[in-house]
Design a protein around this ligand. Sequence first.
Ligand code: SF4
Length: 344
Amino acid sequence: MNSKWYKDIPVSINNAFGDPLTEIQIEDTIAKINSLKNHAAPYNIITKAVINDEIYSKLKDVEKTDNFVVMYSLTGLDEGGYSFQERLETIELLNKLFGKVIILVRPIIQGRNDHYKNLEKIVKVAKNTSGRLITGAIHDEFKRKNVKTEVRDHLVEICEKNSIKYFHKSSCAAADITNSRCWMHDLQKPVNLDVVERLGYQFNLIDDRICLKYATVGDLNFIRMITKSYILTENVLSGYNLLSISNDDYKYEVSSSWYSWSNNTACEINCDYCIIHSIDYLDKECQIGVKPSDIEAKSQKAFKMSSEYTEMLKKGKFISQSIRKQLGYNDVRNTQICKANAYL
Ligand code: SF4
């Protein structure tokens, strides 16, 4: 029986509504980072904030470990009224405090920040920080993803010209910088089946693959992290990343790369493209996730998730176009190639 399985779950801190390095969140962010100092998997913050002297001084209390990863989301869109130069100064301070900062270009919006000069400017920042960049998702002006892949081609071309290591998923970049396996792509025969059972997921094994009876897209991500294997399901409950182990007190969310442990609260940055409030379960203040070691004690059994679930989450309703009986992540999301081992 593996009772310490949660130590291998990659965690993102305060990545719901609200930025981890703003005044509202900073104390909580530091407490969470420090509580994960013995965590075995990578844990990160992703920020767009411009920090002041007070926040910089508080950040000196963060205990640094090899698994802690700082990502800065840089778009050239001057979110919150802060200029590119001001963000550059924050990135330099974070780099000074924590070593390597990975630059994340998210979002790129057609007609706003997708021009070559802007992309070049961002890549130059990556060159002077960790030499690593995550290409992020390309949106059109209506917030639809992945509509203009030639923008990504431009970004890749500029990275190659500047000898920058580029990645399409934050998991690949974090795996590279922490010398870990890529938990998104590097998959094997399932382990920790006892944990999946204890969390109350119903499943069969089909050709050495776990097939969940019911799953949200978040469940596919979460069980992949726990079992280090590719997961199928007979029924997709919702396209959301919300987990079936959520209950009235605790909501759990797992993206393709990270388990979220977050205060979903106010955000001082107020990006005009923010989509968080269009997600039903994030439109009010709430806690997302708990300390990983508390998950088993503070969640409901997944099989208790009722059919009312999809009613509650209408916007996350998922209708499959696939003719396959069992669906996996690759049927429900756009996949990206792994770049974690591309630069060894
Ligand atoms: S407004 Fe939304 S996208 Fe912008 S920093 Fe806050 S949570 Fe993130």
